[in-house]
Design a protein around this ligand. Structure first.
Ligand code: FMN
Length: 199
């Protein structure tokens, strides 16, 4: 599949909507051993002078062990027509299920991380921070009870520097020709086919 490796600053997303409405696949590991799961909680922003992705993984997920041992992870956003794939990967565990059976095609991106051919947008990260959430840090105990009451396991926070943002060529094609500014640097308007990467 063809993807464009764009500057993270060019990403044009709804910061509060991207995870909440779309969900995404979080994938740590390498082609030798990896796991993926659906995430609905996360954020993209700037931290420690870098473009940064933050995700939250409960300690009882199979993915958790992979997040602990991996240097890299990817976050892959799919087209809404692939909602069933997200549902599958969010309701089955890699402990006893091959998640590719829902129709996902794994591919290796730069630096050996794993993402999927079906993705429209891939955020490839290098892990730089991991820390388990702790109950006593909640300043709103009602929120703590709402989310973690009843003894469910807390999430671990993982942060990764965004090293690559890959946008599927098919997505950019939809926007091609929308702009006639010759100085415009937006890949969505002016693609150079020679810049596309084949994974
Ligand atoms: C829409 C959706 C969003 C989810 N978001 C998260 C999340 O942000 N963090 C998390 O730990 N689990 C989340 N889950 C649950 C995991 O995806 C689910 O438990 C999955 O089966 C874990 O797979 P694993 O055991 O192979 O890691 C979500 C599930 C769904 C359906």
């Amino acid at each position: 599949m063809e993807f464009y490796d764009i500057d993270p600053k060019e990403l044009d997303l709804q910061p509060l909507g991207i995870f909440a409405t779309d969900g995404a696949l979080l994938t740590p590991g390498t082609s030798e051993s990896w796991n993926t799961m659906t995430i609905g909680w996360g954020s993209l922003g700037t931290l420690w002078r870098h473009p940064m992705a933050t995700v939250y993984v409960r300690a009882d997920r199979h993915t958790h062990a992979y997040m602990e041992s991996s240097d890299r992870f990817t976050i892959a956003f799919l087209n809404e027509r692939d909602a069933k794939k997200l549902e599958f990967c969010g309701t089955h565990s890699g402990r006893d299920t091959d998640k590719t059976t829902c129709g996902l095609t794994p591919m290796e991106v730069d630096d050996g991380a794993i993402a999927f051919e079906e993705a429209e947008l891939i955020i490839a990260c290098r892990k730089v921070y991991a820390h388990p959430l702790e109950p006593h840090h909640f300043t709103d105990t009602d929120l703590y009870e709402e989310i973690y009451g009843g003894g469910v396991s807390l999430h671990t926070v993982y942060r990764g520097i965004v090293e690559h943002v890959y946008v599927a060529a098919s997505v950019l094609e939809e926007h091609e020709g929308e702009c006639d500014d010759p100085d415009c640097a937006d890949h969505a308007h002016h693609r150079d086919p020679d810049e596309a990467k084949e994974f």
